[in-house]
Design a protein around this ligand. Sequence first.
Ligand SMILES: C[S@@+](CC[C@H](N)C(=O)[O-])C[C@H]1O[C@@H](n2cnc3c(N)ncnc32)[C@H](O)[C@@H]1O
Length: 1024
Amino acid sequence: MPAFIETQFPIARLSAESYKERKANNGQTLTRLGKWWGRKPLILVRASLLGMLMPASLDPKRDREIFLKILTMDDAGTLARWRPDKRFSVAELGKLAGRDERNEWNEFDIALETAREEVTRLRNASKIIAKGDGAAKELARAAIDAAVCHADRCVEAQQAFIDRLQVRCFSRLTYAERIARCYRPENVDGPSEEAWTEINEHLGTTAASLPELIEQLGQRAFGHTPRVGDAFCGGGSIPFEAARIGCESLGSDLNPVAGLLTWASLNLLGGGTAVQEEVMRVQSDVLHEADRQVTAWGIEHNEQGERSDAFLYCVEVKPEGCDYFIPLAPSWLVGEKSHVVCRWSRVLASDRLQPEIAIVSTSEVAEYKAGKGATVANSRVIDPFDGKDWCSVESIRGPDGLRRWTNDDLVPRPGDVVQERLYCIRWVKTVILADGRTVEIRRYAAPEEADLRREARALELLLERFADWQQQGLIPSKNIPEDGDKTEEPIRNRGWTHWHHLFTPRQLLTHGLLAEISARLARTKEARVGCLLGLGRMADWNSRLSAWMYHAGNEKGNQVFYNQALNCHFNYAARSLSKLEDTFSILSSPLEHADTFRSKTTQRDARDIRETCDIWLTDPPYADAINYHELGDFFLAWQGKQLAQTFPEWIADARAELAVRGDDEDFRHAMVDIYRNLARHMSDNGLQMVMFTHQDPAVWADLGMILWAAGLKATSAWTISTETDAVGIKKGNYVQGTVCLVLRKRTAVEPGFLDEVYPLVEDEVKCQIASMQALDEDGEPNFNDADYQLAAYAAALKVLTQYGTLEGRDVEHEVFAQRGRDEKSDFQAVIERALGIACDVLVPRGLDTTWRDLSLVERYYLRALEIESRGERRKGMYEELARGFGVTDIRSLLKSDKANGARMHTPSGFAATGLASLNGGDIDSLLLQRRGRTASVKAHPFASSPLRHLLFAVRETAAAENNPDSGRQYLRDSFGQAYWSRRERFVALLDWLSALGNSEGMAEWITDSEAARILAGRLRNDQA
Ligand SMILES: C[S@@+](CC[C@H](N)C(=O)[O-])C[C@H]1O[C@@H](n2cnc3c(N)ncnc32)[C@H](O)[C@@H]1O
């Protein structure tokens, strides 16, 4: 029996949920534990696992309903997840309500107003009853009470109506709009009791919670609780979510930093409230003790009772011929919101400039933002006084490069070319107001003598501890690898050779202090891990690589890994201890869940996995540009020694030589070995899912072959747009989708031959597309064009991977065969053929009768318009489509070929721009002849096509202010007698074109669509 995910997957809803989770940034469940790259959304993991465990029935519609119910992604589920603080305001309701609803609402308002007026009238009337007239007073009171009662009932009725209206309006929103007002599925209790009744009825289970359901489905399929493994677990999303929903989970990664993050997600967040509270307590104690120490050292407080919270440093250099050191920064704006800037002035008999921190006007802020006073512009050193362009930053380094720092260097030596200086401090003071409230008053100031003494004191304190701390592994001591992809930058640009050089003495002192106290106070493994992760977070947020951000709403140091490089900035910021509290604390509140997780974390090369799982869900570092081993080293420098003590069975090294990377032959060998190993360690009826992000068929073919050679066969594939925003699905402005490829073990070794394979692929593609179209029939569309194309590839993979050999050739031989640049493997050819079939099958609605008679380039143009009208703007999709139709040159059909802004020409647009270059002579030469000019001819297959003539007639109609006669005449002239036999097809095409202008985002088509509508009418009524 196939699993649910092998038949369907609610792509659109999952994309929206995944995006919502992504957008939560630090509100995501695992991100607070620490930085890792390429984390997968937990909801996607949950849905994937459930999809693999839930069997498909013969009723796909009901399957889908039940699947959504389990995930609380059905209508009732979203209603239950609706946040009370995200109900509609009265104004919003007024806009969303229909006319009848507004009328009904009005009636409730009028009824209430009338009732209140009646109360007022009766009260006023009672005032004039004579004092002694007890009976009349009694009567009046009774009448008032009744009227008040009635008014109260009116209020209730109005409220009940508004509540109903809230629900109605909510239900009318698109899914993405609805969930913007909801809690995420992971943050609610799960399906309601009624939902469970339906779920159990359909699945034949007796569950009342997700873990119970998972247990029962696992027992049924595998005879035990399902075991889920991830051999590339990274930040831990997959093992964490697997364990949270009740699976036994295994997380493994080559990199110990990833291991630490995964272990923490499973044992710390998954360890229950008591464990989490202990970690929170220890971290808080560590911070308190460190605070006492820092206060005693006196390195953050000044004589005015203020405490510093940010120290701003810059690099300075002395170009040849210049009398003074020039402090470097691309902008001297310190705070956009606080209107603070830094200015420099000369000091008599000194080669060091003097900073002045000043508050300036809004207009001056804008000038500074635009680069006023900047001393680095376009990688050149600029004099702050006369704007003189001294030299390039590059040349400052000299022919031999910068002096390489040694382990003992903590600040630049006096003779070094690149110097460092503190130029600004932000001070904070808490003031108690007259009304008892407290406010924090912040001010920026240039450092004074006393501040520089404090700075020197911090260095002195560090030096006293430096050797000892390095030896204990409380601060980094390792070298930065010289041969890395990204590690070269700090070495070349600053001479920093050791990881600790990436931190100022103050930063090393604070971090080392916290590490020292943590080592003493953290007694449990969880607390030790919690503190290690805290240190990792601090390294990311408080380093010489933390650029100062002056932007309004920020005014703080940035994260080192805001991207995946080790960028050296000219000015940067250090945080004081008080600013690091939140960074060091990895939990803000305990994470509630029913049981502690059943899980295991190992740190192995995926080729060496030894545990057997029922489901392997993996997200390999597939041809991506992330150097996990290198980036991980940044954290390992801080965590390595203590990690080795906490996990003696692990290797505290990234083992770069074993890391899977690139996309060459080594990569393919590694991947085949890994997936063969996973297939070996998998139940016979188990499943695998491989997640990855490429859509290029070459990449597809590659991955398909790797998995094929590993002994797996594909059963389905789905793309989830994890970067899609709420309107993205409609407007097509997503960045990239994650492809989820579902696989099973291949048990038989059957030989395959291309002549058999092609018809099977054709059937499979058609069948796959038909089933997706059936699911798309009603309600919100689930699939976009990319999904259909992907389905075609997947269908080809499905067919191919059933066989043990192709054309007598072993798959492994195919995978590793050397090919020329344009040479295609049979496998790749089949995959591309599948795309062609999909293109043939996917006929735009309304064009079924005309489609057969159109040439490939005409079909391409119309399909491209169709995807454009659905909001697709990615150029790659237009190219992919062209590949499917075998159209080689689409440039002249595209109005815009921007990467994320591709659009096709409109009929009038062709005229304005590329009409001449497009034509094969016919239309334009005809037109130009008529106008007494000659045409420059450049052939394009589209130019002489009937559709092109038709578009020209549309353009003529639009140009004649919707008088269709010239357009009609043009068609009659162009086609002669054939006009009459083609007329019906023309009308069908014109009808189709006339609807384009109504689609969202197709405003450019409005005029031509109207012209097409009028021309269609004219042609319909045309007589010989
Ligand atoms: C795309 S990431 C996984 C991200 C993860 N799914 C998450 O949600 O955080 C790929 C991972 O593969 C790991 N890796 C690379 N080569 C490996 C190998 N030979 N064995 C095991 N893991 C490896 C990297 O350290 C990295 O963490």
